[in-house]
Design a binder for this molecule. Structure first.
Ligand SMILES: O=P(O)(O)O[C@@H]1C[C@H](O)[C@@H](CO)O1
Length: 194
């Protein structure tokens, strides 16, 4: 993220695979991140720990605006125009350390804490990106349903994650490229009127 910043990048798009905790979510849904829960952060694991590098940002950066409101609006509009409304969601992503998938008790706890999806990435990058003032937009592909029921025979597995990724790859590409094209056209129009 800091290299991107030094290269003059001002906006980053992040994607991940995640387990669905929200019981309304289905495998294959795409969730716009509106917020996150940094679970490793509760135990002091934060990529911004240690001496602050003032060249990039302040010691205590806010995170209440981590996921850019305008980019989320753009994503909803692009998804609607592409006919993706029936699988587009917006919710809260919770990061855990992995690499083991969660226990049933952990999934139940995370759901009660307000998380809609659980995964193992993205948040560290967003923390560093926001510290540097980069605008962030992130999507989770719900690749599997988190196992919440002691009677269930289902288990999370990486093969299902990869398979769901393959199934939605084209539509995700379409969504991101539509957003980028609209951002470019918006920027060009603004530059013309300056
Ligand atoms: O996109 P990420 O890397 O967050 O994908 C998740 C976390 C693990 O890499 C993998 C587990 O199946 O999916």
């Amino acid at each position: 993220m800091r290299v991107f910043k030094l290269m003059g990048v001002d906006t980053v798009f992040l994607t991940n695979a995640a387990g669905g905790l929200n019981q309304d979510y289905k495998v294959g849904d795409v969730m716009i991140l509106k917020d996150h829960i940094n679970m490793p952060g509760f135990a002091g694991t934060n990529p911004l720990a240690g001496p602050n590098d003032e060249r990039f940002g302040v010691r205590f950066p806010p995170m209440s605006d981590a996921y850019d409101r305008e980019l989320r609006r753009l994503a909803r509009a692009a998804a609607a125009d592409l006919g993706y409304d029936d699988f587009l969601r917006e919710g809260v992503y919770c990061v855990l350390g992995g690499p083991a998938f969660e226990t049933i008790a952990e999934c139940r706890m995370l759901q009660q804490l307000g998380a809609d999806a659980v995964g193992m990435s993205t948040v560290h990058e967003v923390l560093v990106a926001r510290h540097s003032g980069l605008r962030c937009f992130a999507l989770s592909l719900i690749t599997n349903r988190a196992v919440m029921d002691y009677e269930s025979r289902e288990t999370a597995n990486h093969e299902e994650v990869l398979e769901t990724g393959r199934r939605r790859a084209q539509q995700l590409q379409e969504l991101v490229s539509t957003m980028v094209a609209r951002m470019e056209s918006h920027n060009n129009n603004n530059n013309k009127t300056c």
